[in-house]
Design a protein around this ligand. Structure first.
Ligand code: GLC
Length: 558
């Protein structure tokens, strides 16, 4: 750590210095992230550099590629089984390409987040190979139990992939027992009870930070610590490990951010921000994302209000990453503390396309009795068949979801392809390496002909134009004196979703109609005659009418 701190010169030290005098950096408005697989978006890292103008034009501030470090050969769970944390996947380029990219980004005022798969390594990682060869030092990097203990522990744990990878242990005769594998059998959980493992992963973070990476997505953070008699998710020690990494980075590479990947309820995610000392700077607002979809299905904003209220317990120094879709399934069970089992099953069925539903999503595996999670691109979940007309309700629903999300406090995330209403990708079923994992349904290749489509009336162009407007309007919020956390509002009609941000000089009311019919509402005090920032129009006084799936960003008077 000391060595890394001493070696951190030049443009990286300048970044640190700039961030250190700017404590408000995370609350600054308009810093969208863009999440994508490098190969599916741009072929490789060189191709990615050629697409930076596209991203910058969209308003993107942070690149958030999914794993790009060297994976195991064959199926690697989309790169989430890393064989070498210090090399780039050779199909995508080299470490030199990564450094060129980070330098390019810095000159554009952009930056790079990198996925660090810290909970497990590939079975083919040299640590695991040495462990299999019988080296006791490396054996202690992993968790090995006998068959009886594996069975007993399995009865306490919740399977992540109950259909394709049931149980959390894999027999490995060379290891003389069963290796802990929370995810696929080729993803070996690291043993963080061994402090050397913590230090190894810190060295990985410092190595990559020295290449110009400005943030790390800590993959599967809830699973870092294991204690008998628990589900081994979100244990206090997992939160402390993250705080310890944060403390080390604050000494050696202070401007580098940590983003918790914890797809859990707000109550389980918030401790990742740290308690007595700082933890993660950012975390995905998974609960709000899931509740937004649920509210849309029910045409009732109640669940959204409940969950949004719970996110306010976040410390001011940290920020949410808000999103609508990502590369994983939507896990309804994350709302188990807010909705009844019937609610969870109803949302699951709706987006799985069962019964009366516009959704073209598909159900994904879940343990027995638990509501199946859902796969599908946002445009499919809102019911857009490919090539739909721009005026359809599906396009309006997609615009609504992103409008609600972009208005929240925190950093908005665009999932690759949503900006052009990209459809589901069924081709994974023909690929033996991907066919077994339905999440590939929503990991399509970028359609550059759609992205560069210039017919302004096409659905892709309409949605793209809307995303650009959202990014620009969000970026202007600070300048307009608008800020502070989003507080849910109940304006009366169940189908009206609303929140207010009143931490700045002027309040902002975001109001959306989740239903397929128009609805009339009275605006709360302070918003009579307010200005709609998205349409640059002024409201008249008195009740207003929201069209089906309409969403307004209303700025009140100072
Ligand atoms: C995270 C990733 C997911 C992956 C899992 C195991 O949840 O987002 O895609 O399968 O971790 O690494």
């Amino acid at each position: 750590m000391v060595e890394a701190a001493e070696n951190r010169g030049g443009h990286l030290a300048a970044l640190d210095a700039a961030w250190e005098v700017d404590p408000g950096r995370l609350s600054r408005s308009g810093q969208p992230l863009y999440s994508f697989y490098v190969d599916r978006f741009a072929g490789n890292l060189k191709g990615l550099r050629d697409r930076l103008d596209y991203l910058q034009d969209l308003g993107v501030r942070w690149l958030h590629p999914l794993p790009l470090l060297k994976p195991r050969p064959g199926d690697s769970d989309g790169g989430f089984a890393v064989a070498d944390y210090r090399s780039i996947d050779p199909r995508l380029g080299s470490m030199a390409d990564l450094e060129t990219l980070t330098a390019d980004l810095q000159t554009r005022g952009m930056g790079l987040f990198l996925d660090v798969v810290c909970n497990h390594t590939a079975r083919e990682h040299p640590w695991a190979e040495r462990a299999r060869q019988g080296d006791p030092v490396y054996r202690d990097y992993y968790v090995v139990v006998d068959e009886a203990e594996a069975r007993q522990r399995d009865s306490e744990l919740i399977d992540v992939f109950p259909d394709t990878a049931p149980g959390s242990f894999t027999p490995e005769p060379e290891m003389g027992g069963h290796v802990w594998t929370t995810f696929y059998p080729f993803q070996w959980d690291l043993n963080y009870a061994n402090p050397v493992v913590f230090a190894e992963m810190l060295e990985v973070l410092l190595f990559l930070a020295a290449r110009g990476v400005q943030g790390f997505r800590l993959d599967s953070a809830p699973f870092l610590w294991k204690t008998q008699g628990t589900t081994c998710r979100n244990l206090p020690q997992a939160y402390l490990l993250v705080e310890a990494w944060r403390a080390a980075l604050s000494i050696a590479a202070p401007s580098v951010m940590l983003l918790a990947e914890a797809i859990e309820s707000p109550a389980d995610v918030i401790p990742f921000f740290g308690d007595r000392s700082a933890g993660c700077d950012l975390a995905y607002s998974n609960g709000v994302m899931t509740a937004l979809w649920a509210a849309l299905a029910d045409q009732d904003a109640g669940i959204f209000r409940l969950v949004l209220a719970d996110t306010s317990a976040k410390p001011a120094r940290a920020a949410w990453v808000n999103y609508v879709r990502c590369h994983d399934d939507i896990i309804w069970n994350a709302l188990a503390g807010h909705g009844s089992p019937d609610d969870l099953h109803r949302w699951s069925r709706f987006y799985g396309g069962q019964g009366e539903s516009y959704s073209l999503g598909q159900s994904f595996q879940a343990p027995p009795g638990v509501a199946a999670s859902t796969n599908g691109m946002a445009s499919a979940l809102v019911g857009a068949p490919a090539g739909s007309e721009p005026g359809t309700p599906a396009v309006a629903r997609l615009k609504l979801l992103y409008s609600v999300m972009f208005g929240l406090d925190g950093l908005p995330l665009i999932y690759m392809g949503d900006e052009i209403a990209l459809a589901n990708d069924l081709s994974y079923r023909e690929d033996p390496e991907r066919a077994g994992d339905g999440r590939w349904l929503h990991r399509p290749a970028m359609d550059w002909s759609l992205a560069l489509e210039r017919d302004p009336a096409s659905p892709a162009a309409v949605v793209h134009g809307h995303f650009r407007k959202l990014a620009q309007t969000a970026a202007d919020l600070d300048g307009r004196g608008i800020g502070g956390p989003a507080c849910p509002q109940d304006l009366g009609p169940p189908e009206v979703l609303a929140y207010v941000r009143s931490g700045g000089e002027r309040p902002l009311l975001v109001v959306a109609n989740l239903s397929d019919h128009k609805v009339s509402i009275e605006l709360p005090t302070g918003f009579d005659g307010a200005e709609d920032l998205l349409e640059a129009s002024r409201m008249t006084t008195g009740p207003i009418t929201l069209p089906a799936y309409g969403c307004l960003w209303l700025a009140g008077a100072a």
